[in-house]
Write a protein of this length. Structure first.
Length: 473
């Protein structure tokens, strides 16, 4: 469900009692937590009893299971997830009573009120970079508020209210949410066409990022990744308009550049140069070149806020990941299993590269589930090409999510595009059959990576359990 964004979005304290439809999701649960901590009376409902609900209940938030008009209670404002159906009884009740209805983006803006907002945007890497920046600022003593699209392992939460004046937010472009926020400082990691079911054309997608950058506070700043052509072009255009832009890069020189990259202990160490001068070294505990860019962007934003390099670098060194971003799920019999949210060709390439750095001379086995019919229709050839960097590939059918299925668009389009020998590519339409296929494939030493934004994530713990059961542990 897409709700219009009101012209004026009052601060959370002016919303009265707030009810959340879909409170168990990563997005709305974080907003609800922050509002509750600001003293706003909060309730909510969800179909699923997610781990986020337990944390909210600890704050005294009433969280209903299932949707019912009675759950709206005496709310004044209702915040609605984009996943809600038009016939949701709580939404219908709110409309019948003339209550204020807010989409997720407006709810988050209300929760941000009174803070300097740092918005982290880009086609890829938003969750990791938001988390890295949060950890860096926490260790630097800035005590930020934050809202992340996943669980920040260092805190065990996806959002919280800090005592400092800064609010770090993952700024999602998929539904235009990043255009709603009043941003003081922004990070744009990359700009590569995606979500064309919403934006229509690559040109419209790029124009949305331009609008986002134009909306940054004139006294603020924009950090852009210049290894990505879209990010580099945005930086050039914004500088030409007189905006404060800080560029970061590994392969291309930026105002901050990571040099001397070294894989070590499952992570990456690198030196940082500013305008060609060495300013220090960062040791990440997560593998992969793309995460170096994420960390560099977080570091640049922290420096722009006036924080010291040493404190920021210490926070980056303590970061151990977020849920579903190269998340270790365990292993047995010499097989290590990871799960990641990657669903775009560039993300797939980055995570397979990270898995390769972990595997060394051993094999990388990938199980990939395409996400969305529209994305698969457009990007299947590129997805297949990216998967070709693995040694063995299992491809599931498309996770349909919010769209209607299309018999002409299936996971076979991706599997057929994988440039590996036929015997090393396995198209398994049913997710329920994938576990058996993986158990037949894997052998000691392998790094197994489950990839996708759908229910493929459940496979990783299932695989670990079965490896242990058959005696590989």
């Amino acid at each position: 469900m897409r709700l219009p964004v009101p012209e004026r979005i009052p601060p959370a304290e002016e919303l009265g009692r707030v009810h959340f439809v879909g409170i168990g999701g990563a997005g709305l649960s974080g907003i609800a937590r922050i509002m509750a901590r600001r003293g706003v009376p909060v309730t909510g409902s969800d179909d699923n009893d997610t781990p986020f609900l337990a944390q909210l209940r600890e704050l005294g938030v009433t969280c209903h299971l299932g949707y019912d008009a009675a759950h709206v209670g005496d709310a004044d404002t209702v915040v609605v997830t984009t996943a809600a159906r038009e016939d949701n009884p709580e939404v219908l009740e709110a409309r019948r009573r003339g209550l204020t209805l807010l989409p997720r983006s407006a709810g988050l803006k209300a929760a941000m009120a009174g803070h300097r907002v740092l918005s982290v945007a880009g086609t890829h890497g938003k969750t990791t970079t938001t988390s890295l920046l949060t950890m860096a600022l926490l260790h630097a003593g800035a005590d930020p508020s934050y809202a992340v699209g996943g669980v920040l392992t260092g805190t065990g939460r996806n959002a919280d209210l800090g005592e400092g004046g800064v609010f770090v937010a993952e700024a999602d472009e998929s539904d235009g949410a990043f255009l709603v926020y009043d941003t003081h400082g922004a990070i744009v990691l990359n700009v590569e066409a995606d979500h064309l079911d919403i934006w229509g054309t690559p040109q419209a997608y790029v124009a949305a990022f331009e609008q986002f950058a134009d909306g940054v506070d004139p006294d603020g700043f924009l950090v852009c990744g210049v290894d990505d052509p879209g990010g580099a072009a945005l930086a050039e255009r914004q500088r030409a308009r007189g905006h404060r832009v800080v560029t970061v890069g590994v392969d291309r020189p930026g105002d901050l550049r990571a040099v001397d990259l070294r894989a070590a202990d499952g992570g990456t160490t690198f030196a940082v140069e500013r305008d060609g001068d060495l300013i220090g070294e960062v040791a990440l505990r997560i593998p992969g070149r793309h995460y170096v860019i994420d960390a560099l962007a977080a570091l640049a934003a922290g420096l722009e806020l006036g924080q010291a390099f040493a404190g920021l670098a210490a926070g980056l060194a303590e970061f151990v990941g977020t849920g579903r971003r190269m998340e270790p799920k365990g292993g047995a019999g010499g097989v290590r299993v990871y799960d990641s949210y990657a669903h775009h060709p560039t993300e797939i390439s980055g995570d397979i590269e990270a898995a390769r750095s972990l595997a060394g001379d051993a094999r990388v086995v990938v199980c990939f589930q395409p996400h969305l019919v529209s994305r698969t229709r457009i990007f299947a050839p590129e997805m297949g090409k990216a998967l070709g960097a693995a040694d063995e590939v299992v491809v599931l059918d498309v996770y349909v999510a919010r769209e209607e299925s299309d018999p002409e668009v299936s996971g076979a389009l991706v599997a057929d595009a994988v440039p590996l020998p036929q015997e090393r590519v396995h198209y398994v339409p049913q997710r329920s059959d994938a576990l058996g296929v993986l158990l037949d494939i894997v052998r000691p030493g392998d790094v197994v990576l489950t990839l996708g934004a759908g229910d493929v994530t459940a496979l990783a713990p299932e695989l670990v359990a079965r490896l242990e059961e058959r005696g590989d542990g």
